[in-house]
Write a protein that binds this ligand. Structure first.
Ligand code: AMP
Ligand code: FE
Ligand code: FE
Ligand code: ZN
Length: 285
């Protein structure tokens, strides 16, 4: 069984439409794929309608959180997408992305970059707008050669010249909301230090005590030492360990199924969740 529990579609900052993503997931030999767009579930319906036979979809989202000034991501699986408290928080975070992107565009214009909201809105389409869309605009304008080059202090990195914060949820509140909606909470790429400061282990221990289910360990942003350290921490704290590609289509170099999750861990996630069931493919369009 090949299980990839973290992917993005055009519903946020990925480049494959949800239907395209599930078709590619099946074609690449995955048995289970989770769709985890940033702060939104709006890609789920299209993915479900297109599910190929032999592939199972885990519905999810990746919630933007912040602890003591450190931005972090919480993966939420198999929650009830209609549950009002989590839905309200998700919409708050997603909607704040628009004025925030516009704020970054103003800063870029002040730096002499001729980027416009119209350009970024076109790139984002109906997806929840994020820095990768702004970064794509900078590549289009020839300001930087690649998206990665836009994530520097000069441009869009945390605290960078054109960076603007967005509303982000306290992770303890996120865990409470996810569990309250019948979901499972997994801390995404907790050791991704190249993206900025990371949350200390003591805080992960507190999250574990507050109901965190697991941590993502096998991820492209973790080196071998980081994975070993996180695996040890998960064992110590009784947390599930997941692995996933964090696929973003052509916006990142990773491929679907590049890292995967142990079938036993997947089984445990499905046993713990009661907000939604995994969706087996029925051979959709
Ligand atoms: P946002 O949620 O709008 O703040 O944007 C965060 C997203 O930007 C992440 O989910 C990644 O897709 C991407 N990202 C963050 N840091 C980097 C980086 N150093 N290089 C490339 N992409 C990044
Ligand atoms: Fe992303
Ligand atoms: Fe993330
Ligand atoms: Zn992600």
């Amino acid at each position: 069984m090949r299980i990839d529990l973290h992917t993005h579609s055009t519903a946020s900052d990925g480049t494959d439409a949800p239907a395209e993503l599930v078709r590619k997931a099946a074609a690449t030999g995955l048995d289970v794929v989770a769709l985890t767009d940033h702060d939104t579930t709006r890609g789920h319906a299209e993915a479900i309608a297109a599910m190929p036979e032999g592939l199972t979809l885990v519905t999810g989202a990746e919630l933007s959180c912040r602890l003591d000034g450190i931005s972090m991501h919480m993966l939420a699986y198999l929650f009830d997408a209609e549950e009002p408290a989590l839905l309200a928080e998700r919409e708050l975070v997603r909607d704040d992305r628009v004025p925030r992107a516009q704020g970054m565009i103003v800063k870029l214009q002040e730096l002499g970059v001729p980027v416009t909201w119209e350009q970024v809105a076109r790139i984002a389409g109906d997806g929840s707008v994020g820095r990768p869309h702004v970064a794509t605009a900078l590549v289009e304008l020839g300001v930087v050669p690649t998206i990665d080059d836009a994530f520097t202090e000069d441009w869009l990195a945390d605290g960078g010249r054109a960076f603007v914060e967005k509303h982000e949820t306290d992770p303890f509140e996120a865990i409470r909301l996810i569990k309250g909606a019948g979901g499972v909470a997994v801390f995404a790429h907790p050791g991704a230090s190249k993206r900025g400061r990371t949350v200390p282990e003591a805080a992960i221990a507190e999250m574990a005590a507050a109901g965190l289910d697991g941590i993502e360990v096998d991820h492209m942003d973790h080196d071998t030492d980081t994975r070993a350290r996180l695996r040890g921490l998960a064992k110590e704290l009784g947390l599930l360990v997941t692995g996933s590609s964090d696929y973003h289509g052509s916006r990142k170099t990773c491929v679907l199924g590049e890292y995967t999750t142990d079938p036993e861990v997947y089984g445990e996630i499905t046993r713990r969740a009661f907000g939604a069931f995994p969706v087996p493919g029925a051979g959709g369009v």
